[in-house]
Design a protein around this ligand. Structure first.
Ligand SMILES: [Zn+2]
Length: 335
């Protein structure tokens, strides 16, 4: 399966290199990321959201929430919410938070998610652009609310709507929030993706927090057609010599340089988890993101639903590398 994904990614990268607009954005992306929005999508719709709004390379820092559930408070959701929102705060270019909801999600989920957004100290001042989306038709309805809006950008996003590709729900990808990377395309369409700093997923805690929501999500996902399901952990960085490392991976090697205490708390967890798979301190962020992937893989197996699937029918969990700028996939030696 990975070989096919690598081929598709190489073909797409080649197409993109011939587009002068994309090439200009790639050159900018080598110098850093300047996202205007923090996009929070349901995990199952996250790849489709990038297509729905025609999001350009580098334009949204991307977080995800468990579908069918409201976003939890920042304290209950370190990896899916607190970390990405704290990292997003460091961008001077930020303009707002974009939230998407499936048509099947209730008004309570929408209301509670917006309340959680306002609980994050870094998000209190940003406008919230919220949409309820019919993904099959590629249509979105603006959600009117009283928590701070941005009419111009709401209209701008609505003007870009297009019908996303088919969802390939057989593949679940774990990928960094970085605005320059997007989940790999598959033969069937675009995969589901969990976006988190460095692509790091914590262990199942047994507490009433995001890991419980995630276990419920994994359990639902794995309840049907088990044989075709796979998980792919993607570590990104400068793997083609383009010159852009993972920001979270880099930060985890320089903890004392992180001034924002909320961000430091999250990156510290990443560093603790990764260092358990290192005999010496990595020389490069590229080495570090590989051990973050190893930690995520081990953590995935602590979720009861994943452990069952892994024991009963060897659910495949693979690791792969992605170049930050070209998004080309590279097989990691270990997998
Ligand atoms: Zn990253």
């Amino acid at each position: 399966m990975i070989t096919r994904l690598v081929e598709i990614s190489e073909k797409l990268a080649d197409d993109r290199k011939h587009d002068p607009v994309i090439r200009a954005r790639m050159e900018l992306a080598m110098r850093g990321q300047f996202p205007r929005f923090l996009l929070i999508s349901p995990i199952n719709r996250s790849s489709q959201d990038l297509q729905l709004f025609n999001i350009r390379l580098g334009d949204t820092f991307h977080a995800t929430r468990v579908p069918g559930h409201a976003l939890l408070s920042p304290e209950q959701s370190l990896t899916l919410f607190k970390g990405p929102a704290s990292y997003n705060h460091e961008f001077q270019s930020k303009r707002g938070v974009v939230l998407t909801f499936d048509t099947t999600e209730s008004l309570d989920i929408i209301r509670e998610t917006m309340e959680s957004i306002r609980l994050h100290p870094h998000l209190r001042e940003l406008p919230i652009l919220a949409f309820q989306v019919d993904y099959e038709r590629g249509r979105a309805r603006l959600i009117v609310h009283g928590k701070g809006r941005d009419y111009a950008n709401e209209n701008n996003l609505l003007s870009k709507l297009r019908r996303p590709d088919e969802l390939d729900s057989d593949l679940l990808v774990l990928l960094c929030c970085d605005s320059r990377v997007r989940p790999p395309r598959t033969n069937k369409g675009v995969p589901m993706a969990i976006r988190a700093l460095g692509g790091y997923l914590p262990a199942f805690s047994g507490n009433d927090d995001e890991t419980r929501q995630l276990d419920e999500f994994f359990s639902d996902w794995l309840s049907t057609m088990q044989d075709s399901k796979r998980i792919l952990i993607v570590a990104h960085g400068d793997f083609e010599g383009g010159g852009a490392s993972c920001g979270a991976g880099t930060a985890s090697l320089h903890l004392s340089a992180i001034e924002n205490p909320l961000l430091r708390e999250v990156i510290e967890e990443l560093e603790n988890a990764a260092s358990q798979y290192e005999s010496v301190l990595p020389n490069t962020p590229e080495e570090r993101v590989k051990t973050i992937s190893k930690a995520s893989r081990a953590n995935l197996l602590t979720y009861p639903s994943i452990a069952d699937a892994h024991n009963l029918y060897q659910l495949a969990i693979d690791e792969v590398l992605m170049d930050t700028i070209t998004n080309t996939l590279v097989q990691s030696e270990e997998s």
